[in-house]
Design a protein around this ligand. Structure first.
Ligand code: UDP
Ligand code: MG
Length: 326
């Protein structure tokens, strides 16, 4: 009898490391070498998924080179620059690890944090452990101060208390990344998306941060506007995406009824007491506007319902567990 060693299926790893990059050619070789060092010395089974988000420099050739020397590396390249969210989403679909780590390519996030992040998520049974750049080496005015404001607002709106929601370095349970869809600029709000998907065990770990060694930041001032608009969509879609009439119908009815009440009051005042012309009262206009806006909100609710009825994921729910069912 020959005892074969227990072979793990090839598609199975402890860790998937996901790295989206856009024009980071100088950093990539250093980053990969550093990752290899840390992951091998801790005996992890792993894959590294590098996503080229439409780089116009030599990044893709660099990655192809690295890949040919290292069988842990897998790579995806976009035809054009779609954004960090798109890059992450593509890798989330492809990854096969039990836990998934995302990190930036610019060497600002340290691979040395990986063993502790892994330790924390496995022993604490968390869904997400998010990095927190407690001591941050970025420009105070363009990055650090806006980031504080942004974290406070997002925390208030979403009920998730993280100091650094948008930190690129995070570890997830595989199921989390398989259950969410990230697009636009939504990579800033992955913990919020995860919470809406039912993954609420979210915590943070202070992580080391470094100043950018090569290249420049890829995010400018537009991130404020886009970032907050995306937060609004996430909050809305998360809460009412599957039942738009519940918000539009409610507010449409309330506003319409206020308008109707104003008109009834004005009509009684005029015809019963003959006090004045209806149009002499400013209230008249408030009445008209309320009725118009109320009707429009209601219509928006109907349209929303029609759209969500046609959407392919109208009946998609995250199932936590199944017993006796395929
Ligand atoms: N990135 C990307 N696509 C983009 C912009 C950025 O893949 O359109 C990557 C970038 O290469 C880096 C990470 O996202 O690996 C974080 O970007 P950056 O360091 O410029 O952001 P910052 O640290 O300045 O907030
Ligand atoms: Mg950076």
């Amino acid at each position: 009898l020959i005892l074969l060693p227990k072979i793990k299926p090839e598609s199975f790893f402890q860790l998937s490391i996901i790295i989206p990059f856009y024009n980071e050619e100088e950093s990539l070789p250093e980053l990969c070498a550093w990752l290899e060092r840390v992951l091998n010395s801790n005996n992890f089974t792993y894959e590294i998924i590098m996503v080229d988000d439409g780089s116009t420099d030599n990044s893709w050739n660099t990655v192809k080179n690295l890949q040919s020397q290292n069988q842990h590396i897998k790579a995806i390249s976009f035809q054009r620059n779609y954004g960090k969210s798109a890059a992450l989403n593509e890798a989330f679909k492809a990854c096969k690890g039990e836990y998934v780590i995302t990190m930036d390519a610019d060497l600002q996030d340290s691979p040395d944090e990986i063993p502790e992040l892994y330790q924390m998520i496995t022993t604490g049974k968390y869904d997400i452990v998010s990095g927190w750049k407690k001591k941050r080496y970025d420009n105070a005015i363009t990055k650090n101060i806006p980031s504080k404001l942004y974290n406070t607002v997002t925390g208030k709106m979403s009920g998730i208390k993280l100091h650094d929601m948008n930190c690129g370095l995070k570890i997830y349970r595989s199921k989390v990344v398989k259950s969410i869809e990230v697009y636009g600029e939504m990579h800033r709000y992955i913990p919020v998306l995860a919470k809406w998907a039912g993954f609420k065990k979210i915590t943070e770990k202070p992580v080391a941060h470094q100043a950018r060694k090569y290249g420049v930041s890829k995010f400018g001032w537009e991130r404020f506007v886009n970032g907050f608009l995306d937060l609004a969509s996430i909050m809305f879609v998360g809460k009412y995406g599957k039942k738009p009439m519940h918000i539009f119908g409610l507010w449409g009815s309330i506003v319409f009824m206020v308008g109707a009440a104003i008109w009834i009051y004005l009509a009684i005042a005029k015809f019963a007491f003959m006090q004045y012309k209806m149009t002499d009262r400013p209230l008249f206009y408030v009445g008209i506007i309320s009725i118009v806006i109320g009707t429009q909100l209601f219509l928006a609710g109907f349209l929303g319902e029609l759209i969500s009825r046609n959407s392919h994921d109208r009946n998609t729910y995250n199932i936590a567990e199944k017993i006796g069912i395929e």
